[in-house]
Design a protein around this ligand. Structure first.
Ligand code: ZN
Length: 347
């Protein structure tokens, strides 16, 4: 039981970021010599690329579960495989880490996050984004016990994924603004420290977009560390508030309106341009930064039609009515949503 006015903070216990650190995975998760198997949730592509290296590094029995989608069916498959296991590793992009995270949480096993791309902050956050859930947004789980991010592996992932990661980072700008607004309007708890940590993550992209857009090892490292810090900010806040505001509601609405068109971080980036405009922030700077890192700034670039953008904007506040954001007070109808998206040049 938590008393009123208190909240629980949860963090990863250890984080290893560096070039070639995948070889250290076994000692990182303290696996060598263990009899209980390590369960590895991972997509087919990733398995093809790193399965041999991971198997060698772990040096104890391993059960591989192929994750096809981030839905409950896949979560249940991992849970089944993990009965009697030592730990679960979520190895891959967003889906595998999310599926592994929720499965590990449900059966009370430690989860190690081993991202092979840097496309969103789920690599470190206590939340799992599982599609098909009744809520339509992230489910609360526990943060990974450990995060091992091999910069060589992540830098070799498609550029589009890193650009999406930049979109997820920049979205902390409007997420924090929404959190401040909610605090003012409803008295909801606001944590300045967690908010500032999340803003530092946004600034990695906002203040250094030209450098980030080069996607050299240094930029990849900054991106990974920014995403990890953002997830830790959610752990400090005890909620996804510092990482997820109106721009995330817009992204979740797009997932419902036109699923599978764009990546989470791409949608959040476009949402941030629109919500920055609504908040009276420097939305053109947000737009320019996203362009400089190669992230899309309009629906057209990712095949999302104008009407779907408008529908998602109108729908967004109903995705999570308990979460007060700028969209709660804006009460957009289709006409105003269209005008807003058009002014932000997203349509
Ligand atoms: Zn996100």
């Amino acid at each position: 039981m938590q008393s009123a006015g208190s909240h629980r903070m949860e963090f990863p216990q250890r984080i290893l970021v560096g070039e070639g650190v995948l070889e250290d995975l076994g000692s990182f998760i303290e696996a060598p010599g263990r009899r209980k198997p390590v369960v590895i949730a991972s997509g087919a592509n990733v398995q093809e690329k790193v399965r041999d290296r991971v198997t060698r590094a772990i040096d104890s029995p391993a059960k591989w579960v192929e994750v096809e989608d981030s839905d409950m069916k896949n979560v249940e498959q991992v849970m089944q495989a993990a009965s009697g296991a030592y730990c679960v590793i979520g190895l891959g992009g967003g889906k595998s880490v999310d599926v592994g995270k929720l499965a590990a949480y449900k059966i009370g096993l430690p989860l190690f996050s081993v991202p092979t791309s840097a496309s969103h902050d789920g690599i470190s956050s206590p939340f799992a984004s599982i599609s098909g859930s009744s809520k339509g947004y992230s489910a609360k789980a526990k943060p990974p016990v450990g995060i091992l991010a091999d910069i060589d592996v992540i830098a070799a992932a498609p550029r589009r994924l890193e650009a999406a990661g930049c979109g997820d980072l920049i979205s902390k700008l409007t997420a924090v603004k929404d959190w401040q607004l909610a605090n003012k309007k409803t008295g909801e708890y606001y944590g300045g420290y967690a908010a500032n940590l999340a803003l530092m993550s946004a600034n990695v992209v906002l203040e250094r977009s030209k450098k980030m857009g080069k996607y050299d090892q240094g930029a990849t490292r900054d991106l990974v560390e920014g995403l990890i810090s953002a997830g830790v900010a959610a752990g400090i806040a005890g909620s996804s508030r510092p990482c997820s505001g109106s721009e995330h509601l817009f992204s979740h609405a797009l997932d419902a309106v036109c699923p599978g068109k764009a990546l989470h971080g791409e949608q959040c980036g476009m949402g941030t341009i629109i919500m920055a405009l609504l908040h009276g922030l420097e939305w053109e700077k947000v737009r320019r930064s996203l362009r400089e890192v190669g992230a899309p700034v309009s629906g057209e670039e990712v095949g999302i039609g104008d009407e779907d953008i408008v529908t998602a904007l109108v729908k967004a506040p109903s995705i999570r009515p308990d979460r007060y954001t700028i969209l709660t007070s804006a009460k957009l109808d289709r006409k105003r949503a269209r005008a807003l998206a058009s002014e932000a040049r997203v349509i």
